[in-house]
Design a protein around this ligand. Sequence first.
Ligand code: SF4
Length: 123
Amino acid sequence: MNKEQDVKKVSSALLKRKSWTRRGFVKASGAAAAVITTGIGTSAFASAPAQRVSEDGPMAAALNYVHDARTVDAAKRLSSQFCNNCALYAGTAQDEWAKCSIFPGKLVAGAGWCSAWAPKQES
Ligand code: SF4
C-alpha cells in the first residue's frame, strides 16, 4: 500500500464513523494528520520489523488504545468493536497482531481497540 492509499484509507474510515465525541474527533484527527503530514504509512515500514504498540505511548494514550478491548468502559465502546474488524487493521480477523494505519510501523492486537475504530468495509 502506498502513501496515497494510506491517506485515503485513514480519511475514509474517519469520515464514515457515525458518531464522534468532540474530544474523540480532535484526537483522531490529530492522529490522522500526523500520519498524513509526515507521509508515514504502513508501506514506509515494510522492511522494518514491527513491534507491538505501547499502550503508554502518546498516540496510544490519546486514542485510548488498549490491547484488550474488553477492558474498555462499555460507555465508550460497543462490545462488537475490535481492532480485527476495524477498517484500519491490516491483518485478517484471525491475526492476533497486525499493522494499523494509525500506528505506522507498529502492531496492534486483533483483540484491541482505540477511539478511532471505524467499521471495516466489505469488499
Ligand atoms: Fe487501529 Fe485498532 Fe484503533 Fe482500528 S481500533 S484504528 S485497528 S488501533
